[in-house]
Design a protein around this ligand. Structure first.
Ligand code: ATP
Length: 248
């Protein structure tokens, strides 16, 4: 494993139902305190990459048939989601997945369950999350199911923060959100990187926005990496090929 990468994938291959190759020969890296984007069209394999990392592939009746995943230099290829969360690697699933019948604050508190901090620490951590998402503080007693899509995305990221993460995997954070709300979400991701030193690996069909905030990007097509480079470099080449990047 490369010494200074927080996350490294070496030649990962995932198949579903013993037949469908979802991703092939995927190698990538995330440096500490960086934002890395996985770009590509619907079905390219971005979600499968994230789920392979976070240990969710077996739950979807798939398996990693080749390759290694290293997190903080440790081989976590076969680690369970719970084990990874307790080590600080947390995924925010596509579609946000809030508990609609719980309040915003109750949703946030579920994020801390693996660590069981004291009530005092928990209260401090909630305040930290609220400092990044002031809107969630105002909504804290509301049922999450009655908040807007953007607010639910904030809840989902806030809940991940309550696990005291070092690396957050974000699947399609912009999905279904108005452009202004997308900016707001990415802006907070950027702040979390800058002020808390967090790393992000995010899957996005909206390449235009993702490349404005990312440090580095990988373009995924049919389960393969077809391009990689500094976000600026990819953005310059993407201008020529918006259609296959699926920019919206
Ligand atoms: P999306 O943005 O829709 O999530 P994606 O780029 O993340 O797209 P994946 O969801 O990773 O793509 O899908 C990659 C390939 O694997 C697709 O061909 C998909 O049909 C297949 N696939 C994904 N999940 C499963 C599953 N549980 N069982 C069988 N095939 C699957």
């Amino acid at each position: 494993a490369v010494a200074d990468a927080i996350l490294q994938l070496d030649d990962i291959e995932v198949i579903y139902e013993q037949v469908i190759f979802a991703i092939k020969h995927i190698s990538l890296q995330v440096s500490p305190r960086s934002i890395v984007a996985l770009l590509g069209a619907n079905g390219a394999g971005k979600s499968t990459i994230l789920k392979a990392i976070s240990g969710l592939v077996p739950a979807q009746r798939g398996e990693i048939v080749q390759g290694k995943i290293y997190y903080q230099g440790v081989d976590v290829t076969q680690a369970t989601p719970g084990d990874l969360v307790s080590r600080g690697l947390v995924q925010v699933l596509e579609g946000r997945h809030c508990f609609g019948h719980l309040t915003v604050e109750e949703n946030l508190l579920t994020g801390a369950f693996v660590r069981r901090p004291s009530a005092r620490v928990l209260a401090q951590e909630l305040e930290t999350v609220y400092s990044f998402f002031p809107r969630l503080k105002l909504l804290r007693k509301n049922h999450a199911g009655y908040t807007s899509g953007g607010e639910q995305q904030m809840v989902a990221i806030g809940r991940a923060l309550m696990a005291d993460p070092k690396l957050i995997l974000l699947d399609e954070p912009s999905m279904g959100l108005a452009p202004q709300v997308v900016e707001e979400i990415f802006d907070i991701v950027h702040q979390l990187q800058q002020t808390q030193g967090l790393s992000f690996l995010l899957a996005e069909q909206n390449a235009t926005v993702a490349l404005r905030y990312a440090d580095y990007a990988y373009v995924i097509e049919s389960g393969h990496v077809t391009q990689q480079g500094d976000a600026q470099t990819i953005a310059d080449s993407a201008a020529l090929s918006d259609s296959y990047l699926g920019a919206s």
